[in-house]
Design a protein around this ligand. Sequence first.
Ligand SMILES: Cc1ncc(COP(=O)(O)O)c(C=O)c1O
Length: 370
Amino acid sequence: MNRSWIEVDGRVLDANVQAVRQALGEATQPILVVKANAYGHGLAPFSQRAAQQGISWFAVAYADEAVVVRSVAPEATILVLGAADHEDIDSILDARMTPVLIDLAHGHRLSAAAVRRGVRIPVHVKVDTGMGRFGIPWDQAVAQFADLDRLPGLDIQGLCTHFASVELGRPSLGPQQMERFMELRERLGKISRQKLFCHASSSRAFLFNRGWDLDGVRPGIVLYGYGASQPDFRFITRPILQWKTRVMMVKDVPANFPVGYYSSYTTKRATRIATISAGYADGYHRLLSNRGVVFLRGKSYPVVGRVSMNWITVDLGPEGEAEPGDAVTLLGAAGEQSFWADEMAKQARTIPYEILTSIDPRAERIYLKG
Ligand SMILES: Cc1ncc(COP(=O)(O)O)c(C=O)c1O
């Protein structure tokens, strides 16, 4: 009763995965990005359902996430975008991961670990074309790739990069990054021992630049229903996660009654205040103090007072009906009304990615069958 929970709509999940697949030609693989607990949706159930939909490529940040994906997707290729390193060698081999090499030193460490085991590990090489994060720098990539390609114990199967920004109708670094990547694809293709599987696009590049699909695309946020809502976009997806909790108590209070820490809200009239089980420790952002909205018995009510560690307070108005144990929607829809992570993010001055991935991983993820 105390803890919030997540409901994931399996039918919408399937529709989103199919929308992504159908937007791509035969020659391009969708590589589903399921890091950070599948953006808060539950890594194992999300990946399992996607695998059942025919998805055979996944990308995660860490080796331990790849182990979870392997347990539900026995045949998939699982890329590890962070550094699956020499200390992860056992799980890299057991779970048949494909680490993405982030620099030369990473390649050397992994090569040495593979040689000690007498194995060859499939890897992709990341090129930094302008993100300034992981990857061998594009202007040194030819020499460094040649060094990596000579290392024993590694089987370089792919080449990738990540965009710093992709905008529609506004200047961004994306096109220049793609130019650099395409040139490298050509040059490295000539020195590589095998044909390289090339991938660059994450959600926005995938949505707006069909010509950048290459051999694979790595969508994340669009899978979960954000960023691809406009009818003239390449495809449409819808949010699949609702975040719910319960009313803990309801109290009748007079006018001029202070609510919460530092009394940042004072009632204007006699009203009813409900205390609800969710706070910043559960991932309910503190900037939603006096800004958030919840749905209760089909109606929307404002969050009043400061968000505290485990609870929030909402003003039900003098006629508001609620009792302890009632379900409350923190994120989601009620009839015609909705409050999804993009709207919550605006109120909390952040991005839907942060809203989704901040939800307490201990909250139960319930997959509604459809
Ligand atoms: C390397 C890489 N590829 C793809 C993605 C997916 O990005 P998005 O959720 O914007 O599609 C991410 C997400 O952070 C990433 O780090």
